[in-house]
Design a protein around this ligand. Structure first.
Ligand code: GUN
Length: 285
């Protein structure tokens, strides 16, 4: 039997609709949520992501301010911009599209963003809150993966979850979120030995390594839930980190690429912008 498909596009739409309704209420009470997105340089993939983010904002009633800076922008100029946005009362969320050009230290920029406006959830303060079980803003992609997982596996307690990839934006926060739901988490990376042995024990497998088709069906436990975070471009086509054909003969559930995690990342960015408004206005929910 072939895997069931986890329809990220449909779930993302449902979440965006809910956000739009809450934004409408905020607007009626005089607050217009605002998101600033900064893009340095003109990497075509980043350009596409940023445009999609702006489109989603418009659909949800969030004001978006896209700021495009030249590739050669010096670090202090970007730092100054971030600091100005920190104090801008019309801006509730700040997202600096990564990666940044080499002359800019990513960490310096991330640490300059007000933790209250850090809709990527990667400021050290927010990372600390996440790992202590007091998450404020959670990184959008793993947050989206968790929404998909919760709809597929209502009770994650005691499940064996394996995450491949340990990036700041995906792998590490994914492990923290799974741990928070009481899954037993293994975080794998490029130095992990006997990876297929580990992945074959996973009830839940999350793959975020940026290697097209890397995880084959034989690495998957029959019936497992597989979340493919990869977005790889090969000859103009988008493919995931999981080999869909062989995986769909083993997994119980599988996210497609495109149409799986990708749309969820943007939906959770909208959700985070809303949560940032609540955080800054001290609105308890
Ligand atoms: N580049 C690729 N994904 C992301 C993301 O989620 N946030 C930011 N800031 N940059 C990215």
């Amino acid at each position: 039997m072939l895997s069931q498909i986890i329809d990220g596009k449909a779930v993302a739409q449902e979440i965006r609709k809910k956000v739009a309704a809450e934004v409408q209420k905020l607007r009626e009470s005089g607050t217009i949520p605002g998101l600033a997105v900064i893009l340095v340089g003109n990497d075509p993939a980043s350009e596409l992501y940023v445009n999609n983010k702006a489109k989603a904002c418009e659909e949800c009633g969030i004001n978006s301010k896209v700021i495009r800076l030249p590739q050669k922008t010096p670090e202090d100029e970007l730092l100054l911009l971030v600091k100005q946005l920190n104090y801008d009362p019309e801006i509730h969320g700040i997202l600096v599209q990564l990666p940044l050009p080499l002359q800019i230290r990513e960490r310096a920029i991330i640490e300059a963003i007000s933790p209250l406006k850090d809709v990527d959830g990667i400021h050290p303060e927010n990372i600390g809150k996440l790992w202590t079980g007091n998450a404020y803003l959670k990184p959008c992609t793993p947050y989206g993966c968790m929404e998909l997982l919760k709809r597929t596996v209502p009770d994650l307690r005691g499940k064996k979850a394996v995450v491949i990839g340990r990036s700041i934006l995906v792998g590490k926060p994914m492990a923290a979120l799974l741990l928070q739901e009481n899954a037993t988490v293994t975080l794998c990376h490029s130095y992990t030995q006997n990876l297929p042995g580990i992945t074959r024990s996973a009830d839940i497998l999350v793959v975020a390594i940026g290697k097209p088709g890397y995880v084959k069906g034989e690495m998957i436990k029959p019936g497992a839930v597989v979340i493919d975070v990869g977005i790889n471009r090969i000859e103009g086509k988008i493919t995931g980190d999981v080999d869909f054909a062989s995986a769909s003969e083993r997994a119980g559930w599988l996210t497609p690429v495109p149409g799986g995690v990708g749309p969820m990342t943007i939906a959770m960015l909208m959700q985070n912008t809303l949560e940032a408004v609540y955080g800054q206005k001290n609105i308890l929910r």
